[in-house]
Write a protein that binds this ligand. Structure first.
Ligand code: NAP
Length: 382
């Protein structure tokens, strides 16, 4: 562990190191498995589902109390909800976005299109942007929480989320507030929120599988992954959970309910690979040519899409998905295999020329064949 940490401290952002080596190796082999760290976060044992946790009577309860929280799936359990979800009047949600960068702003558009109010807080000052878009901007998360939004949506970078979440003044929020996130990895925020949130708070982990580029013409049919990690059976919270999810449903997303663990497994083999290939291609500085094929156009587009996301995002996909290292290894092995397939054929060809020495062809004294080419097998390949 200590040596892994030393690696980590010295590495900064691994791809810069990986691609600047000048080695023929596609990707470095010595990347430590940072993702193992994610596994170190304690995961609460799935204790028998009991009655929904009561909202804390006082402000922020002690940490020990947080650990008692039990994930309660939405709409499940033996006891009937206090108030049926359908009976809860559908007033528009007040949704507080924490982290109002590229993606926070993008998601706010859909929330507003569905008639809900957006409040926002971020490290940087987005007050001008918010003034232009009818959004209330708060200079601190504290100030935003004093407004007691129904749903707090975490849109911060994966790397900063732990610090952001731990700094939320939960005691200022209503005890049945729903906290959701949009991080592109899911086990990490799930475990973090279960650990840090007071027990009465709802938790919905989501990943809209699209962004400002791929979703700029609408969200229709784009996948929206969600996991109702903990929603108490109190009618209001269930109703607000449904109302929150209906934003994406109404926007036309393909709603995919999936556990956070399953998401991370799929995403490492698809999204992380896509981003990695895009980052690798971006190192080649590919340019459009007068004879682009459709395939090449696709690669150019992939590169453009990938680098339009922050490097922090890509770094987070690697660091905080326990399956990413394995995929990186697979990619490296696949590259080596393809290289070997090519060089293997080349070797076979040359060996055949050297060993079998096809029927001698007359040469002139300079070693040139009668047709003017060199008689050397290797030279003939050039
Ligand atoms: P990002 O680089 O992943 O995150 C930028 C956001 O993080 C900004 O709001 C920024 O705040 C905040 N942030 C960064 N460092 C911080 C720190 N040290 N302390 C507090 N806040 C910090 O880019 P993004 O594209 O906007 O993504 C945001 C989240 O959405 C990520 O978790 C990402 O995984 C998820 N997501 C993104 C996409 C996409 O296509 N982009 C799609 C699905 C999900 P300031 O702007 O105030 O500095």
């Amino acid at each position: 562990m200590a040596s892994s940490l030393r690696h980590f401290a010295g590495l900064g952002c691994f791809p810069a190191a990986a691609f600047s080596s000048g080695s023929t190796c596609f990707l470095r082999r010595d990347i430590p498995n940072f993702c193992a760290f994610v596994a170190l976060r304690p995961i609460r044992p799935p204790a028998a589902a009991t009655a929904p946790a009561k909202p804390p009577a006082s402000p922020s309860p002690p940490m020990e109390e947080h650990r008692q929280a039990v994930p309660i799936p939405c709409h499940s359990g033996d006891s009937p909800p206090a108030l049926s979800a359908a009976a809860v009047p559908k007033t528009p949600l007040r949704l507080g976005i924490v982290g109002f960068g590229n993606f926070g702003q993008f998601i706010a558009g859909g929330v507003q299109r569905q008639g809900h109010a957006v409040l926002a807080a971020s490290r940087s000052d987005y007050s001008d942007y918010c003034a232009r878009h009818d959004i209330r901007f708060f200079r601190s998360v504290d100030a935003l929480c004093e407004e007691q939004p129904d749903v707090l949506l975490i849109c911060s970078s994966i790397l900063s989320t732990e610090g952001v979440v731990r700094a939320i003044p939960f005691h200022k929020l209503r005890p049945d507030t729903i906290v959701a996130d949009v991080l592109s990895v899911k086990e990490f925020p799930r475990n973090l929120l279960l650990e840090v949130l007071p027990p009465g708070f709802g938790i919905i982990c989501t990943h809209p599988m699209f962004g400002p580029e791929s979703g700029k013409h609408g969200w229709g049919k784009l996948p929206f992954v969600f996991d109702k990690v903990r929603v108490t059976e109190d009618g209001v919270q269930v109703a607000k959970c449904d109302q929150f999810l209906s934003i994406f449903e109404q926007e036309g997303c393909r709603m995919v309910e999936m556990s956070c663990t399953e998401h991370d497994r799929y995403a490492a083999g698809s999204q992380f690979i896509t981003h990695t290939i895009g980052r690798v291609l971006s190192q080649l500085n590919l340019k459009s040519t007068p004879i682009n094929t459709k395939g090449y156009e696709t690669l150019l587009q992939l590169t453009k899409n990938t680098v339009s996301d922050s490097f922090d995002l890509y770094h987070g996909l690697f660091m905080y998905n326990i399956n990413a290292t394995e995929q990186l290894d697979n990619l490296e092995m696949a590259f080596e295999k393809v290289r070997q397939m090519l060089s293997g054929r080349l070797h076979d060809f040359i060996r055949k020329q050297i060993v079998e020495r096809a029927a001698p062809v007359p040469t002139d004294p300079s070693g040139k064949l009668a047709n003017g080419l060199s008689s050397s097998p290797a030279a003939r390949l050039l």
